[in-house]
Ligand binder design. Structure first.
Ligand code: NAD
Ligand code: UFG
Length: 355
């Protein structure tokens, strides 16, 4: 089993939850992150959650992936068995306004990482791709064989990186690469001690609902109520971040399988949920009313997107355990304890009591 794991972007939302599960699974973890969309409090909280037995197996370096010299030093100091590559910019709207920033950060960062991995004979990679590579799917559920397209520069960086990974594998079959296409990650660790803390106005549904519930915003704008769905609102495949974290452990284990080359797996629940169903689940979990403003469709949005999970179930032996009620419960637990995310006034003692 791989033991020394480099995690890029490990201070971020999905990264921090995955790092915790790695530590609890006995892995030694080095996180690099430039903290562009995260903060080091997340790392400290992961260490606290991991407990004294495992906390010292985590080290953190504030490094930008585009800084090749710094990256080289990390690889010179540790022999990594595998890399989990989360680091990247992910705001769709920002990517439309600043395409060069997205191509520079996501593509150059990844190319640097792959070059340094080659130079250091580390050829096992798990990469954070996205359901965005299915564009506007013509049918659902989305299987891994569906045609790929991109609706915006962010999506294009995911598509290009997937292609780069396939080329790298074709050039050298010693590589083992798993591309994980996440659907819509939501929820938080059940302790409420780590969770999603987006900088600025949230783009995504759940962080927005959460900020309405804690009084930071007055209402949720629902983008589109005339879709051909049960209640007219868009349908997505929401997946608990703890399930995603476990999906990464499953992918790491799969990298030891001799048959693995460059593989792709969807990580979702296989169930579609409308925006209004998600609002109702959150209202039930939180006891808070979420005021709604019905608006037109958001440009670029697909109508219905959900995953086929058969391949991940069959080959990774991974299946999401949690439904929207647990996702909402844990999202609310995190939000109510940290209404301003990691910038909330410290209430560590009471949080620790819940661990
Ligand atoms: P996040 O923003 O919370 O985490 C990404 C982390 O990468 C951040 O901590 C950020 O500071 C860091 N980072 C960005 N550029 C960097 C660079 N050049 N060098 C070093 N660190 C850098 O996002 P997340 O939700 O945890 O997403 C993780 C990955 O999963 C991303 O690649 C994202 O595109 C992908 N993904 C996310 C979603 C989602 O809805 N959250 C869906 C599909 C795919
Ligand atoms: N929505 C609202 N109001 C909001 C935010 C979202 O009604 O304030 C709706 C959207 O219109 C959509 C649904 O909620 O119907 C989900 O929207 P999100 O922005 O939460 O998620 P998307 O499916 O649009 O996109 C997300 C990420 C992408 C990623 C994709 C698949 O933002 O980067 O999931 O993983 F590619």
């Amino acid at each position: 089993m791989a033991r020394n794991i480099l995690v890029t972007g490990g201070a971020g939302y999905i990264g921090s939850h995955t790092v915790l599960q790695l530590l609890l699974g006995g892995y030694r973890v080095v996180v690099i992150d430039n903290l562009d969309n995260s903060c080091d409090i997340a790392i400290k909280r992961v260490q606290e959650l991991a407990g004294p037995e495992y906390a010292s197996n985590l080290s953190f370096h504030k490094i930008d992936l585009r800084d090749k010299t710094a990256l080289g030093k990390i690889f010179a100091s540790t022999k990594f068995d595998a890399v989990i590559h989360f680091a990247g910019l992910k705001a769709v709207g920002e990517s439309v306004a600043k395409p060069l920033l997205y191509h520079d950060n996501n593509l150059i960062g990844t190319i640097n990482l792959l070059e340094i991995m080659v130079a250091n004979e580390c050829k096992k990679l798990v990469f954070s791709s996205s359901a965005t590579v299915y564009g506007w799917p013509k049918e659902v559920p989305c299987t891994e064989e569906f045609p790929l397209s991109a609706a915006n520069p962010y999506g294009r960086t995911k598509l290009f990186i997937e292609e780069i990974c396939r080329d790298v594998y074709l050039s050298d079959s010693e590589w083992k690469i798993i591309l994980l296409r996440y659907f819509n990650p939501v929820g938080a660790h059940p302790s409420g001690y780590i969770g999603e803390d987006p900088h600025g106005t949230p783009n995504n549904l759940m962080p927005f609902i959460q900020q309405v519930a804690v009084g930071r915003r007055s209402a949720l704008t629902v983008f589109g109520s005339d879709y051909a769905t049960s209640d007219g609102t868009g349908v997505r495949d929401f997946v608990h971040v703890m399930d995603l974290a476990d999906g990464h452990i499953a992918a790491l284990c799969k990298l030891s399988d001799p048959s693995v080359g460059c593989e792709v797996y969807n990580l979702g629940t296989g169930k579609g949920t409308t925006v209004l169903e998600m609002v109702a689940a959150f209202e039930k979990a939180s006891g808070k009313k979420i005021p709604l403003v019905m608006a037109g469709r958001r440009p670029g949005d697909a109508e219905v997107v959900y995953a086929s999970t058969a391949k991940a179930e069959r080959e990774l032996k991974w299946k999401a355990k949690y439904g929207i009620d647990e996702m909402s419960r844990d999202q609310w637990n995190w939000a109510s304890k940290n209404p301003y995310g990691y910038g909330s006034p410290k209430s560590g003692a009471s949080l620790i009591a819940h661990i």
